[in-house]
Design a protein around this ligand. Structure first.
Ligand code: GLY
Length: 370
């Protein structure tokens, strides 16, 4: 039941392999990329504790040796000092232009290690082995790499496409339910932004997915990755359409900043709440029927996900302060916020044409329900 999605970017095409148990076959997948039978792997403590030996076995089955660097788990690792540590370690390992670096972990490791590979010797190839649902359906595909600074998330980075992505869906079985559901926020995003049939399918199959149905998991990852690949092939560097992938992110990033990028709100949870807010704003602006935000919220609730600002524990800043946090978003153009809004489920679009007063009113009402 393995699936493959091809990302046909001219001169840097690659495959995303999806299926249960791929880790054990890593060597067979990677061998064609290697000039010498050795890879360097960067991972985090959590993923390494659970899966590093399986990866080592998968590589040694094809007589490929591996050296590894294990970093602390968590968003704090996506920073300048860990980037420096990665790059210096890769140089210590005498990684050459022809070698391949492996990013083995969730979105934090993928973004950080991808960026280290992008700047090491002006660019070495890298392979993404994403272990979280969020990384499998979103961050490992499409070549966005980078780190956070004290100014905000993902503000320093580079486009650097991987040479291969191996999404072992069996690994998702070791995720905590909360982390799985946070990643599911990104899966729902794909249905909402461009594929109403997929959203229907998720309404039917979402609970099964969460319960561990392996066939449904492969299908959800495949459909998400196919949508992402199609968009990235048309707009690799986000001149237009790729911005649709940020549905829910303008609100989500502000909420993440307001909660200190902490355990109070995971990225995918912020995206899910952000999607609900984006649909609510669309309905208030008369762009879509009220039925659409109601359906979005109902599905997120069915899945046991965070939907409202009242689902975030602790204090939140007021609407004005949240709006100011949105101003830090990378999607600001000439000082104007851009939003991803929707005409219906599966029909989203990018616009800068949103009155600040409408956003403030939406946030005021959402905060009042806390
Ligand atoms: N995660 C959004 C993008 O890759 O464009």
């Amino acid at each position: 039941m393995n699936e493959r999605v091809h990302v046909a970017l001219p001169g840097r095409a690659y495959d995303v392999e999806i299926g249960p148990g791929l880790l054990g076959q890593t060597g067979a997948f990677i061998a064609p990329l290697l000039k010498r039978p050795r890879v360097v792997v960067i991972s985090d403590e959590t993923v390494a504790g659970l899966h590093l030996e399986t990866l080592r076995d998968g590589l040694s089955a094809a007589a490929i040796s591996m050296e590894s660097l294990i970093l602390p788990a968590g968003e704090g690792t996506k920073c300048w000092s860990e980037l420096m540590r990665c790059v210096e370690w890769l140089l210590d390992q005498e990684v050459e232009r022809g070698d391949v670096v492996v990013a083995f972990g969730g979105g934090v490791i993928g973004d950080l290690v991808g960026f280290a590979a992008a700047i090491l010797r002006r660019g070495v190839r890298f392979v993404q082995i994403p272990t979280s649902l969020l990384a499998q359906v979103d961050s490992s595909v499409g070549g966005k790499t980078g780190i956070n600074t004290h100014h905000g998330k993902n503000l320093v980075g580079a486009f650097h496409q991987p040479s291969l992505v191996l999404a072992d869906t069996a690994v998702l079985g070791t995720l905590k339910p909360r982390d799985f559901l946070a990643g599911y926020g990104e899966v729902v995003k794909y249905g909402l932004l461009g594929d109403a049939d997929f959203f229907d399918w998720l309404e039917q199959n979402g609970p099964d997915l969460a319960d561990g149905n392996g066939v449904a998991r492969v299908e959800a990852v495949r459909r998400s990755v196919q949508m992402k690949a199609d968009i990235v092939m048309r707009d690799e560097t986000e001149q237009g359409e790729r911005a649709l992938l940020n549905l829910g992110h303008t609100f989500g990033h502000a909420l993440e900043a307001a909660t200190g990028y902490s355990d109070r709100l995971l990225h995918g949870e912020g995206v899910a709440i952000g999607c609900a807010l984006a649909f609510e704003l669309s309905a208030r602006m008369g762009l879509c029927a009220q039925e659409a935000p109601s359906r979005v919220r109902a599905h997120l609730r069915d899945m046991g996900m965070k939907v409202d600002l009242s689902d975030i524990e602790g204090d939140l800043p007021d609407a004005k302060a949240l709006l100011a946090l949105m101003g830090q978003d990378k999607k600001v153009v000439e000082g104007q916020l851009r939003f991803i809004l929707a005409r219906s489920i599966g029909a989203s679009f990018v616009t800068g044409d949103v009155a600040k007063a409408d956003v403030l009113a939406l946030l005021d009402d959402a905060l009042a329900q806390r």
